[in-house]
Design a protein around this ligand. Structure first.
Ligand code: BTN
Length: 247
């Protein structure tokens, strides 16, 4: 596979605790090139955001972690999330699924979560020296024990899909969107991201510690990834990760 930024080196393992953790262990032993990836058939302790567990039936889904060294200041961390979310969204579009991005890290199809992203960074000074991007994408699993709206490609498309094919498309897409980051096209990245954003420019219900329940409209994402929300009384608020709930 000819790629622009990543050298095509992928390690496939049958089982690991978490591909993110395995990647950090590997990176501690020697430096790996941009785009080095670990894909696991099964994770026994997959990690989700905010300390949650990421549960995926073995062999049915995509659980992988990509390593790269973005040329990025730590204040611009969120642009990484943007590019990965856009790459997942585009991958799903390539398989005829129309997804939206729910800030900060969820990909939804038909209002249900189909993929999640867990990005971990090592920061040196003000520069991100190493990043591990973990992606969990539900492909062929059709039963979920979680009582949250959740879906998979097989549920949405009515047929089983090839995880290898989907991974290879996703890998190409991450490489392609990575170009925008390397070339510091932050404005373009943000525009693409906000264009796909669930509830962008739409009045909806939220809850926040400082405001309680309120009606708001997402109008932007700032450089550090905060959600910028207008309220009915025309006051503007910025919300950090985990300080606002979508109702
Ligand atoms: C979330 O939405 O909560 C983020 C989920 C991220 C899951 C992936 S699966 C591959 C990688 N390894 C992990 O332990 N977590 C991420």
């Amino acid at each position: 596979m000819k790629l622009k930024h990543f050298n095509d080196s992928v390690l496939k393992v049958n089982q690991t605790l978490s591909t993110n953790d395995l990647m950090w262990e590997l990176l501690a032993t020697k430096p790996y090139g941009n785009g080095f990836t670990v894909v696991a058939q099964a994770q026994t302790k997959g990690k989700g955001q905010t300390g949650n567990e990421w549960v995926a039936e073995p062999g049915k889904n995509l659980t992988c972690s990509l390593a790269f060294k973005p040329n990025l200041s730590s204040q611009k961390l969120f642009y990484l999330n943007m590019l990965v979310a856009l790459a997942i969204k585009k991958t799903l579009a390539d398989f005829n699924l129309d997804a939206v991005i729910k800030w900060p890290n969820d990909i939804l199809v038909d209002g249900k979560k189909i993929a999640g992203i867990l990005i971990e960074n090592q920061i040196q000074g003000r520069i991100i020296s190493q990043t591990v991007v973990g992606i969990g994408l539900n492909i062929n699993q059709t039963n979920f024990e979680l009582n949250r709206p959740i879906t998979s490609m097989a549920i949405e498309l009515g047929k089983e899909m090839s995880p290898e094919k989907i991974f290879s498309t996703l890998y190409k897409q991450v490489d392609a969107f990575y170009d925008l980051l390397e070339n510091q096209h932050f404005h373009t990245l943000k525009k693409l991201y906000t264009n796909q954003l669930y509830r962008m420019d739409t009045w909806a219900e939220y809850a926040a510690d400082n405001l309680g329940r309120f009606t708001g409209k997402i109008i932007d994402i700032d450089d550090s990834g905060k959600l910028v929300v207008d309220t009915i009384d025309r006051t503007q608020y910025k919300f950090d990760l985990q300080t606002i709930r979508f109702l």
